[in-house]
Design a protein around this ligand. Structure first.
Ligand code: RB5
Length: 176
């Protein structure tokens, strides 16, 4: 069975995405999440969102997001629950990030690396598997606790808001 991979890029990574799909498309089950055409005004978070959701919801096994530097994509992707993304421009990090840290999204910077390196990075990332070693599971659990803390703090904040919301909006002067 082929690995199911979502890939997307903004204008900074559009050409590289097309080339990676050409090169890897026969070996993988690739879902192209856009951009569908070069648009110099598009925004990388829109492409991060669709790939992140596909990974979070189990539509695909892994994601690859390409922007100019890989940085914006990485910052945005790591805001999404369950996403562990990193810019990797060396093959050691691309596979070790999966083996030790259970990386599920690879971010690439098309203005930083060329297509040959990008292809090797994608292959290193996609061929790697989480080791499942006790120490890595323990560390991953600690990382995941950051996300749970953040979500539970948000729930607490919402609970605290409820009494205020129940009493309705405060009266305001027309002049305010
Ligand atoms: C777009 O010009 C560029 O800022 C974007 O592709 C990316 O590099 C952001 O990190």
């Amino acid at each position: 069975m082929k690995l199911h991979v979502a890939i997307a890029a903004d204008h900074g990574g559009f050409e590289l995405k097309q080339e990676l799909i050409r090169r890897l498309g026969d070996s993988l089950d690739i879902v192209d999440k856009g951009a569908d055409e070069f648009d110099a005004t598009d925004d990388y978070p829109d492409f991060v969102e669709v790939v992140g959701r596909a990974v979070m919801e189990g539509e695909v096994d892994r994601g690859i997001i390409i922007c100019g530097s890989g940085v914006g994509a990485c910052v945005a992707a790591n805001k999404m629950p369950g996403i562990r993304a990193c810019v990797c421009h060396d093959t050691y990090s691309a596979h070790q990030g999966v083996e030790h840290d259970d990386l599920n999204v690879l971010c690439l910077g098309a203005r930083v690396i060329g297509v040959e390196v990008a292809t090797e990075l994608a292959v290193a990332f996609l061929m790697a598997r989480f080791s499942g070693d006790e120490r890595h599971k323990r560390r991953l659990e600690k990382v995941q606790s950051f996300e749970r803390d953040r979500l539970s703090r948000r729930e607490e904040a919402t609970d605290n808001l409820e009494p205020a919301l129940e009493s309705g909006p405060a009266e305001t002067d027309d002049d305010e």
